[in-house]
Design a protein around this ligand. Structure first.
Ligand code: Q9C
Ligand code: ZN
Length: 343
């Protein structure tokens, strides 16, 4: 299968993050995409293609124009305010404070309006990198629309925590959602998103929550103990027309292959019942046993089985890279899914 990739992902690199009270090098670093790319070349998965620039229109099918403006301009605003370093939000609207529905004018208040955490910062070129990751997803969707059985969008930064108008969890633009919408706009009437990243895809859930044309199934660490903490419970099943088209599988810390696979097979069946004509896989491999920020116990060989079971849908399939932070094994694990699919 074709891989879509651009070296422009280097335009995003938050230096640090706070992990359990310590300042550490960010887990979401450029080496992640490099190691996946080199594994793709080592195994000869197929051609590696640079995505074209798509402009804002296909991204605005998912994200709001005011949020895109904010991402583009906030770094300059930060500097103009006389601040050094990268752009970081740091204070959010607590449940005791009444919700608002339009952006405040002050810089810091607006930063919290458009975010939900400080997993990653906004650098001078983060918006450009995120836009190129979205281009990477769109190019993969277009390959599938053009008739490819499958494609891999090697996106970085990742996307599934980003909502219509907010960033968080290392994510700025929701690459998988942008691709799913592209498939809808290209003629697929029902698109399923299978999110197998370790974390709940809260951004993807927010984007499609009231829609019946895009089904989201997500397997993840139970939000009672795991990031993003506030969303991802099984009781969240969609709203209005979208009722029943959002499926969450929260799983306990320590989940191993047998239990994970059972949830995966249940989701697999529900996706088949939905009868989609195309599939987007939010491909995180942070379910790996040695992942430094996660608590599931999948092994390298299991990713081959996952790929084979995804192939069994017999659907045009777009894989979109999400998380995975055990960098040494990341290339093997992610590409195992793709090789398992092709076998
Ligand atoms: N102490 C994705 O996998 N919190 N995002 C990390 C580490 C943020 C994960 C805390 C995790 C975000 C795309
Ligand atoms: Zn993740």
């Amino acid at each position: 299968m074709k891989t879509f990739y651009t070296a422009d992902h280097h335009l995003h690199h938050s230096g640090m993050e706070v992990s359990f009270g310590s300042i550490v090098e960010t887990f979401e670093k450029p080496e992640r995409a490099q190691i996946v790319l080199s594994r793709i070349k080592d195994v000869g998965l197929g051609p590696v293609l640079d995505p074209q620039p798509y402009g804002r229109a296909p991204i605005e099918r998912v994200h709001t124009p005011d949020y895109l403006d904010f991402l583009e301009n906030v770094f300059a605003e930060w500097r103009a305010a006389g601040r050094d370093g990268e752009v970081w939000p740091y204070s959010w609207r607590h449940r005791s404070m009444p919700p608002i529905d339009s952006p405040p004018s002050g810089l810091d208040a607006r930063l919290s309006y458009y975010s939900f955490d400080m997993a990653g910062s906004i650098t001078e070129t983060t918006s450009q990198a995120a836009r190129r990751a979205a281009d990477t997803a769109l190019a993969g969707a277009d390959a599938v629309l053009a008739g490819d059985r499958a494609a891999f969008s090697l996106c970085r930064p990742p996307g599934h925590h980003a909502g219509r108008d907010f960033f968080g969890g290392y994510c700025y633009l929701n690459n998988a959602a942008i691709a799913a919408q592209r498939l809808r706009d290209g003629g697929h009437e029902r698109v399923a998103i299978f999110d197998i990243d370790y974390h709940h895809g809260n951004g993807t859930q927010e984007i499609f929550y009231d829609r019946a044309d895009v089904l989201l199934a997500s397997l993840h660490g139970d939000p009672d103990f795991e990031f993003p903490f506030h969303l991802g419970y099984a009781r969240e099943r969609g709203a209005g027309a979208g009722e029943g088209f959002n499926l969450n599988y929260p799983l306990p810390a320590g989940t191993g292959w047998a239990e994970w696979r059972e949830a995966f097979e249940d989701a697999h069946e529900r996706i088949r019942d939905f009868q989609p004509s195309a599939l987007v896989v939010s491909l995180g491999v942070d379910t790996f046993k040695d992942d430094p920020i996660s608590q599931f116990n999948l092994d390298g060989e299991h990713f081959l089985v996952i790929g084979a079971r995804i192939a069994a849908f017999d659907l045009p399939t777009l894989f979109v890279m999400e998380g995975g932070y055990a960098v040494d094994a990341l290339g093997i694990n992610a590409v195992n899914v793709l090789q398992g699919f092709e076998r």
